[in-house]
Design a binder for this molecule. Structure first.
Ligand code: F6P
Length: 548
């Protein structure tokens, strides 16, 4: 496992970057009428178009060489085989087992995990059916109408993203809500319209030790007991999803109401496990299984397709091309699909918590950029906010444009307008507008010849901005499962080439430790003096202001 910068393909890519730096995609399209068919893949219900990238066939060839020299293939095999590729925590990384619809045995420490995976899926199916049919009743005998998932990070964003995305498959009879922030406003605003008699809380935490989730869980329990005035109500209104039965019991939730998952499921890869319970409750177990099926199809694609036709591998390599050879430090995820509102936030955790590392798997500092900043929001909103910088700013921001050919509704021309924008933005980013084109436009609109220069300069778009376009038939559970899995394996591909462990998250620990120290200090009115002057000053200012 060598540092990628020592691989021959890395040096070749650096030289190649210098050669192609002056090429404009506008010209590449003119010169090659086959560019779209050369650089796009039709797979299942997806089209992946990567032709609007700053690449030539030679670039792709070199990137594929990089993947081979970085031993990507054996690393993929290692993940699917259950090797402990999360080296710092000595854990296997097997979210792929959670959606292994083929049931092919996958072993951890010599034990096939599939029977346990299937057992939990069966329990989820029984529980989901009981709640959805109204057979499961609250403490006054009424059916459940609202589920509140209490979790944070991976125990929130995955189910939240999917429940939102699959809203058209939900029902008003059973609504799902999500509470994550320890700010009490989150819980209070969520439960204020709910009835304790018909609300089911799902406390979701891999560790069952996360401060925010435990705090929200205890307050939710108090809210219920305030009304029910009987501890026996807890069993009817609280279920837990965790890997830690002891802590679940200590919290006061009967382990009979606990849905298990395992340490080989990373938090940000956990929506396929029992962490997906709110999804199954909201849309039904059949739909949840369709989601798993869609992800499984991508797993098979990733595992078996030659790299030159392998969508997540290409997505990963293109990301590396810009990150490491063009100094791009950000990446935009732009779904033109309102139902994918939370996808950018979900992928922010998925990507940034996975690949925001500067120590490699051998414990050595890396000498090259790793994970970029991920941001985005649904189109067309972003067009009226931050796209200015993508078009004309000084940063190079590669973008993924994502949309459905068929919407779930057919209100007027909304969908066509949406798609026209979805197609126009990558075209504009690729083509740009030359100074001469801007001049001609201004002349045509009657601007005086002496006043043309300044506005023409401002109206010039450099273009040559890279984008991928992902088009799918319709946002069904299956398609959604595939879409998310494509990104998971893109992240894997990049982490493997950067030679980092994409599956721990040590960087979140320090702030948590310091918050414990500060929390203890906030419980008295003594002036703080043990920190730096800024932190002391702020603690003392807070203590002063809270009294006013
Ligand atoms: O603090 C980060 C983190 O550990 C994430 O990786 C994880 O998804 C989240 O917190 C929640 O953790 P848990 O599911 O254990 O409550």
């Amino acid at each position: 496992m060598t540092q990628p910068t020592r691989l021959p393909a890395w040096n070749a890519l650096q030289a190649h970057k210098a050669e192609i730096a002056g090429l404009h995609m506008r010209d590449l399209f003119k010169e090659d009428p086959e560019r779209y068919s050369r650089f796009s893949i039709h797979w299942d219900e997806f089209v992946f178009d990567y032709s609007k990238n700053r690449i030539t066939p030679r670039t792709v060839d070199l990137l594929l060489q990089l993947a081979r020299q970085a031993e990507l293939a054996p690393r993929i095999e290692g993940m699917f085989r259950g090797d402990k590729i999360n080296v710092t925590e000595e854990r296997a990384v097997l979210h792929v087992a959670l959606r292994n619809r083929s049931n092919r045995p996958i072993c951890v420490d010599g034990v096939d995990v599939m029977p346990a995976v299937n057992r939990v899926l069966e329990r989820m199916a029984r529980f989901t059916a009981a709640v959805r049919s109204g057979e499961w009743r609250g403490y006054t005998g009424k059916a459940i109408t609202d589920i509140v998932n209490i979790g944070i990070g991976g125990s929130d964003l995955g189910p939240r993203t999917v429940v939102e995305a699959l809203k058209p498959y939900g029902s008003d009879k059973l609504r799902a809500h999500f509470v994550s922030n320890v700010d009490d406003a989150d819980l209070i605003e969520t439960v204020k319209h709910l009835s304790p008699e018909t609300t089911l809380f799902c406390v979701a935490s891999k560790t069952f030790a996360t401060q925010e989730t435990m705090t929200n869980g205890l307050s939710a329990r108090a809210w219920l007991l305030d009304h029910a005035r009987d501890d026996a109500a807890v069993a009817k209104h609280f279920v837990a999803v965790s890997t830690n039965a002891e802590r679940v019991a200590a919290f006061g939730i009967d382990v009979a109401n606990m849905f298990e998952f395992w340490d080989w499921v990373g938090g940000r890869y956990s929506l396929w496990s029992a962490i997906g319970l709110p999804i199954a409750l909201a849309v039904g177990m059949d739909r949840f299984e369709e989601l798993l099926e869609g992800a499984h199809q991508v797993d098979e694609h990733f595992r078996t397709t030659p790299f030159e036709r392998n969508i997540p591998v290409l997505m990963g390599l293109l990301g590396i091309w810009y990150n490491n050879f063009f100094d791009a430090q950000t990446y935009a995820i732009l779904p033109y699909d309102q139902y994918l509102e939370y996808l950018p936030t979900y992928l922010q955790q998925g990507d940034m918590e996975s690949n925001g590392k500067t120590i490699d798997i051998n414990g050595q500092p890396v000498a090259y950029p790793t994970g970029p900043v991920i941001f985005g929001q649904p189109g067309t909103n972003g067009q009226h906010a931050f796209y200015q910088l993508i078009h004309q700013g000084s940063e190079l921001i590669p973008c993924d444009f994502i949309a459905a050919a068929q919407g779930h509704h057919s209100l007027g021309r909304h969908h066509e307008i949406l798609i026209a924008n979805f197609l126009a933005q990558p075209e504009a980013l690729m083509r740009g507008k030359t100074y001469d084109e801007a001049l001609a436009e201004l002349r045509a609109s009657g601007v005086d010849e002496n006043d043309l220069a300044k506005p023409a300069a401002a109206k010039t778009f450099p273009g040559n901005k890279p984008t991928n376009t992902i088009l799918y038939r319709k946002l069904t559970p299956r398609v959604l499962g595939s879409l998310i899995a494509l990104y998971e394996h893109k992240i894997f591909t990049q982490g493997a080439i950067w030679n980092i462990n994409s599956f721990d998250q040590m960087g979140v620990e320090l702030g948590k430790q310091l918050a414990q120290t500060i929390l203890a200090e906030l419980s008295n009115d003594e002036p703080a003096s043990s920190h730096d002057s800024s932190t002391n000053g702020l603690i003392n200012a807070y203590k002063h202001l809270r009294q006013k």
